[in-house]
Write a protein that binds this ligand. Structure first.
Ligand SMILES: CC(=O)Nc1ccn([C@H]2C[C@H](O)[C@@H](CO)O2)c(=O)n1
Length: 108
């Protein structure tokens, strides 16, 4: 019998309030952190202390290059495009190939 293990993802603490309010509906990750499939229900915790704070449902996973990032991506991250690019550059210095994980909050 195969067990259906729930996947996990972490976000930096500073993004928790935007996620639980539904203001942040994508995250851009490197390949090692993008192993999600449409329909996955994912358990979300803070990166700093691994404290669970919600579940999300994955709506799509799409490759996107750093140079393609635009105002739509920024709006879905609840940031300006400048903030988004500098956040990505800080987390993943020099990265070109990203994966956009689109998600929606699962209401408890
Ligand atoms: C460990 C790790 O990389 N954790 C991450 C990576 C990204 N995020 C956030 C930051 C931005 O809002 C988007 C785009 O990368 O996702 C994060 O919270 N934690």
């Amino acid at each position: 019998m195969t067990e259906n293990l729930m996947k996990n993802i972490t976000f930096y603490r500073r993004f928790e309030s935007d996620i639980v309010a539904g203001r942040k509906t994508i995250t851009l990750r490197d390949k090692s952190d993008a192993d999600y499939t449409t329909g996955d229900i994912v358990s979300v915790a803070r990166y700093e202390d691994n404290q669970f704070f919600c579940h999300i449902k994955v709506n799509a996973v799409t490759p996107v290059s750093f140079h393609q990032l635009n105002q739509d991506h920024a709006r879905q991250e609840n940031m300006t495009l400048e903030q988004l690019k500098s956040t990505i550059a800080e987390i993943y210095p020099g990265i070109v190939e990203l994966y956009m994980i689109e998600f929606m909050l699962c209401k408890a």
